[in-house]
Design a protein around this ligand. Structure first.
Ligand SMILES: Cc1ncc(COP(=O)(O)O)c(C=O)c1O
Length: 400
């Protein structure tokens, strides 16, 4: 008998983390590899945030805290939701976890019964289906085609809802496509949800501050306030403040759900790191002017990468509204042959070819539920991106 639990057989390790690890290993072994797999800003955590953490250590802020966040951090989150999203939450409607990832995991663990369905628009963040499976639920994947900007259409949502639907997970701006939902698009989704009062929504807003060309970010609980009572509005400091390693995510939602999330956390990790919580307070309450500059850099990189990729034979790259990803189609490379005689059958083959042939690490689209595409993270230096794009173009030109 295997020591491993049966439920583990249904899930796989995160493919995005696997690609980043592989790129790191190849680099360490002396290979010239450009990693475009990582989902984290290449910028540094702001100095005032680091300073707050150092001060927290010196002040003895090194003990257990309340399980789901210190009162001062919850207050900072309350203010953030009010200031940036027009949402009024009380502190007992806020939860803080070790990253947005833990908040979503806890929420699904706390609410999903065997057979409950979770609607996940595809392309999706790799963790949603596996977390749903771990919780005993059934992921219901709804395809959002490139032709509609990789966005969830109201009619497709309506068709996917059944008596067993517990959650819809929205992620705008999206990982892996960068697609962001406008107020009108969220309005149409909200209208469907109003017709289905038993369906709850996780709104994963982690890329909120990474939107370009004047796009106005909106979150569904603010677009349709009557949905707030069945909405978990999730966010975090990882992407906005370049704090991926600090592990702080948070959410606002109805008290009963927030308490249930704390119950799961109390029996697993307890509180998130006390020092990181102090740093997150400084981030949320501190200046935000650096964000516009960083967003301008990301936008310039997005335009550059999309422009280059559209010159590569066999590739087609849609320009998205936000995040730091593009999700090009490699349909034109499928069926072609590499210089050493391998046939490219899918995006996995294509990404392997890019890595082995040109030393560029990207993540294949099968990981995100839509093929034949692949994800490029442009959260890396402009020079590295230019080099990577030149290599990708060269690789495409060599296909026969
Ligand atoms: C869509 C999405 N949601 C949530 C997360 C988790 O972020 P955190 O680092 O706060 O756990 C990520 C991280 O990559 C993400 O891409």
């Amino acid at each position: 008998m295997s020591v491993l639990a049966e439920r583990l057989s249904a899930i796989k390790p995160s493919p995005t983390i696997a690609v980043s690890n592989l790129a790191r290993e190849l680099k360490a072994a002396g290979r010239d590899v450009i990693g475009l797999g990582a989902g984290e800003p290449d910028f540094d955590t702001p100095d005032h945030v680091k300073q707050a953490a150092i001060e927290a250590i010196h002040a003895g802020d090194t003990k257990y805290t309340a399980v789901d966040g210190t009162p001062v951090l919850k207050e900072a989150v309350v203010e953030k939701f009010k200031r940036e999203n027009g949402l009024d939450y009380r502190p007992d409607e806020i939860t803080v976890g070790a990253g947005g990832k833990q908040v979503i995991y806890n929420a699904l663990m706390a609410t999903v019964d065997p057979g409950d369905e979770v609607i996940i628009p595809a392309p999706y963040w790799v963790s949603y289906p596996d977390m749903t499976l771990l919780a005993g639920g059934k992921p219901v994947i709804v395809t959002c085609p490139e032709q509609t900007g990789f966005k969830l259409r109201a009619e497709d949502l309506e068709d996917a809802i059944t008596d067993r639907t517990k959650w819809l997970i929205l992620n705008s701006p999206n990982n892996p496509t960068g697609a962001a939902l406008s107020r009108d698009e969220l309005r149409a989704i909200a209208d469907v949800l109003l017709r289905h009062p038993k369906v709850w929504v996780i709104s994963d807003d982690i890329y909120e501050h990474l939107v370009y060309d004047g796009f106005e970010f909106n979150t569904i609980a603010a677009v349709e306030p009557s949905l707030k009572d069945r909405c978990l509005t999730m966010n975090g400091v990882a992407k906005a403040y370049a704090m991926t390693g600090w592990r702080i995510g948070y959410a606002g939602g109805p008290t009963a759900l927030i308490k249930a999330i704390a119950k799961v956390q109390s029996q697993s990790t307890s509180n998130p790191c006390s020092i990181s919580q102090a740093a997150a307070v400084a981030a949320l309450n501190g200046p935000m002017d650096f964000m516009a500059e960083r967003a301008a850099t990301f936008k310039a990189r997005r335009d550059k990468v999309a422009g280059y990729l559209n010159q590569a034979p066999g590739l087609r790259c849609h320009t998205p509204e936000g995040a730091f990803y593009v999700y090009p189609s490699c349909a034109g490379a499928i069926g072609k042959t590499t210089p050493d005689g391998q046939t490219i059958a899918n995006s996995e083959d294509f990404c392997r070819y890019l890595l082995e042939g040109e030393g560029v690490a990207c993540v294949h689209g099968t990981a995100f539920g839509m093929d034949p595409y692949f994800r490029i993270s442009y959260a890396t230096s402009t020079e590295a991106l230019e080099d990577a794009c030149a290599r990708i173009i060269r690789a495409c030109e060599k296909l026969g």
